[in-house]
Design a protein. Sequence first.
Length: 309
Amino acid sequence: MVRHVAGSLIALALSLIMVAPAAQATERHSLGYGRLMTNDYFGDGKDRWRTGSWTSSRVWGPEWTGKRPAAFGEVIELRLSSEILAPDNLENPAAGDRRYAGALSLGVHSHFMWKGFEAALGADMVITGSGTGLGNFQRAVHKALDVRAPSESTLDDQIGGGVHPTLVTEIGRDLMLSPRLHLRPFLEGRAGAETVVRAGVDLTFGTLGAAGLLVRESVTGHRYSVISDPASSGFSFLLGADIAHVSDSIYLPEENGFQLTETRDRLRAGVHWQGGQATAFYGLTYLGKEFEAQKEGQVVGSVHINLSF
């Protein structure tokens, strides 16, 4: 299975590169790197539902000019992420609560301009099941920390193994309300592991991302920096909100009796700091209910620290 996924990902990467125009024969090199860790331990601390994720991105392309190129396939992002979804009670889940799930994702995405909009288009291979090792990893960590760990029965009932190709696209437009105040409405679509149509807005107080590249993390919607703007420094404050319609989800299978909520809501706030040799980010996100039997929403926290020497 791993060989099949790797082959599919390589084929996708090659196809993205092959469609680039001839002008892109320019040498391609690393442009930047970014990552974001999200966990409800940094939020409401209740260790449930969208309990934890980690996302890392590396970007390649010709020399960065301070804005997205006009051509699809010129700037390529390789994205690796993992996520753990869990019932409210890890040891003895209540009837009707969501099943445990571990998911690993490998993706290739391109960032470009399209008819005046900032656009992103790519695909992820989402791998689920006990073979990811995420359930056993969480169990070992929680036992080492002497906190509640998922029981054997919880892990035995987790979402089954599978490979789920997922198409991801986003378009948005940055509207400068003032030199240090930017509003960015966006539309996002996903089809695969979850089929989602989402509309939202990001508001930035400061210069974060003005001449760099930000990409969106899937769980919270926070945008993290993968190409930084060396001219930016100090603090930026971020607010965001979006609403989504989800038509199906491998994590909430209809055959198990799960009824998806009509909408999914997210509200987020964060602060980003950039210095000469370091950057840091902390954000909070409210995640609304995803299925009707879920008794309430939750709050998760996101953290990023990067030191350059």
